[in-house]
Design a protein around this ligand. Structure first.
Ligand code: SF4
Length: 468
């Protein structure tokens, strides 16, 4: 994602000849070649270590303070269609039989959690992702929500978001989701151009999406997020402009604009997308810029590296008050320090570190049915890891490092050699401040690359997507 012109939308810099020069500079900084984590966690999940014993997960869960609400994430690893561009961990199904079996095992995992968690732990936020949570029929939606709330009851001001596939939802499902407490819906769109949709194996009309949005609003869901993707096959500025106009007609409160990461070596379905249909690196850059200009010109505020929010949206408020954070869903206003992941491949985040449940559904089921909590990989944080994690989060959210704000970490000054190296390497794009450093608006496309300089796990970079 790119920010060169976000603060210059009135002076036409997007079309200024210096843009090409700027792109050349960014290329020299490695923007188009670097393979960089998205830093939804630090260390990235690729650095987690195998663990076969439950000890670490159990001790993290037992140590939770019931006075502090937790966030809960539940993964539904099923889709009716398997879109070719998508690298999510999910499996296709045309029947509800495997889904019902999975929910049975999730309830067993919840029983294991109930036996482990201290009494009185409550949930401040919950997110259902996948896969396709809306593959669940109304009775399963109600049953799952009830099962979770029985084990971890909602705290006051509880919020609950669900990823919605507009082609696999109806009024009945939305009514039940609203009834069990859904407060925000995240709607998958990607792009409305028919040939782009066909090239990524995901067809979804504007009429279907609009009907979904209308139904959500009629059910009282007032916070809507739209997910878009740039860099898709056959995407052009004209088609993107058309998609943006349609997104404006839907009037979402937030927009997430992700760059398509083409990594067919790791995501086999992406082999169905021919390389030569993809926009080149400069086209990708301009598509991202075009979308950013369109959204910021129409009243959205740019948030972090890839989000936009209306002025009154909670994410915008969090960004403006210094409370924006990264978690596995991307940017969040979630203030809960602990995330409890439930279901196959879900990741839990504790003060002590991370625990990821067995990723393959069969392995997850086998572990839970053996009576074990399903965490099978993880990472125990050291004080140095915490410092680096805080620095990377600050950079990804605020585009600056303020050592004073890192004072909770006694060794924050240890970062100074990294700061100095960054200031030299990214001269002109990163500037020194009294308390640390700041990425300039022109340097924001490089944010993930700058963040990687704080990452001591950089040798696994080939597994990540390109930085632009
Ligand atoms: S984009 Fe959504 S519906 Fe398509 S495969 Fe990915 S998770 Fe499933």
């Amino acid at each position: 994602m790119h920010h060169l012109i976000w603060r210059n939308k009135t002076d036409g810099l997007f079309w200024h000849s210096s843009v090409m020069e700027h792109i050349d500079h960014l290329r020299r900084m490695g923007l188009f070649d670097a393979r960089v984590p998205r830093y939804t966690s630090y260390p990235p999940a690729t650095a987690f270590c195998p663990q076969t014993e439950e000890t670490f997960q159990v001790s993290c869960l037992k140590s939770l303070d019931p006075a502090t609400p937790v966030s809960v994430y539940i993964h539904i690893p099923f889709c009716e269609r398997l879109c070719w561009f998508c690298a999510c961990r999910t499996q296709g199904t045309t029947t509800l039989k495997p889904v019902a079996n999975y929910l049975r095992v999730v309830k067993e995992e919840l029983a294991l959690l109930r036996a482990t968690l201290p009494a009185g732990v409550r949930m401040g936020q919950m997110h259902w992702g996948g896969g396709t949570p809306t593959i669940l029929p109304p009775d399963m939606i109600r049953d799952l929500a009830q099962a979770i709330q029985d084990v971890i009851p909602p705290a006051p001001d509880f919020s609950f978001s669900v990823e919605i596939d507009p082609t696999l939802v109806d009024d009945d499902k939305i009514a039940v989701l609203a009834d069990v407490g859904m407060t925000r819906a995240s709607i998958g769109i990607q792009d409305f151009a028919v040939d782009v949709q066909q090239a990524i194996g995901r067809e979804q009309s504007f009429a279907t999406t609009l009907a979904c949005v209308d139904s959500l609003r009629a059910a009282g869901i007032t916070s809507l997020n739209a997910d878009l993707v740039y860099g898709l096959p056959h995407q052009t500025p004209a088609k993107l402009a058309n998609t943006i106009a349609k997104v404006h007609a839907l009037d979402p409160d937030r927009i997430a604009l992700f760059g398509y990461a083409h990594v067919p070596t790791f995501s086999k379905r992406q082999k169905l997308i021919p390389d030569d249909a993809l926009p080149g690196e400069e086209q990708r850059y301009h598509l991202a810029q075009q979308a950013a200009v369109a959204f910021t010109s129409s009243g959205y505020q740019a948030i972090g590296i890839d989000h936009f929010g209306k002025p009154g949206d909670n994410l915008t408020i969090a960004a403006n008050s210094g409370h924006l954070r990264r978690n596995f869903q991307g940017y969040t206003d979630d203030t809960c320090p602990t995330l409890v992941g439930i279901g196959a491949s879900s990741i839990s985040q504790f003060a002590q570190g991370y625990v990821q449940n067995a990723a393959a559904t069969a392995a997850y089921v086998e572990r839970v049915e053996a009576g074990k909590l399903p965490g099978h990989r993880g990472y125990q944080m050291t004080a140095k890891d915490r410092l680096r994690a805080a620095a990377i989060n600050m950079l990804m959210c605020d585009f600056e490092i303020d050592l004073q704000k890192l004072d909770a970490h006694a060794d924050a000054r240890d970062l100074l050699p990294i700061h100095n190296a960054i200031l030299e390497e990214f001269a002109g794009y990163v500037t020194a401040t009294g308390q640390g450093l700041r990425i300039t608006p022109a340097g924001r496309p490089l944010t993930r690359i700058v963040a990687q300089r704080y990452d001591s796990f950089g040798d696994i970079a080939a597994q990540y997507s390109q930085a632009s």
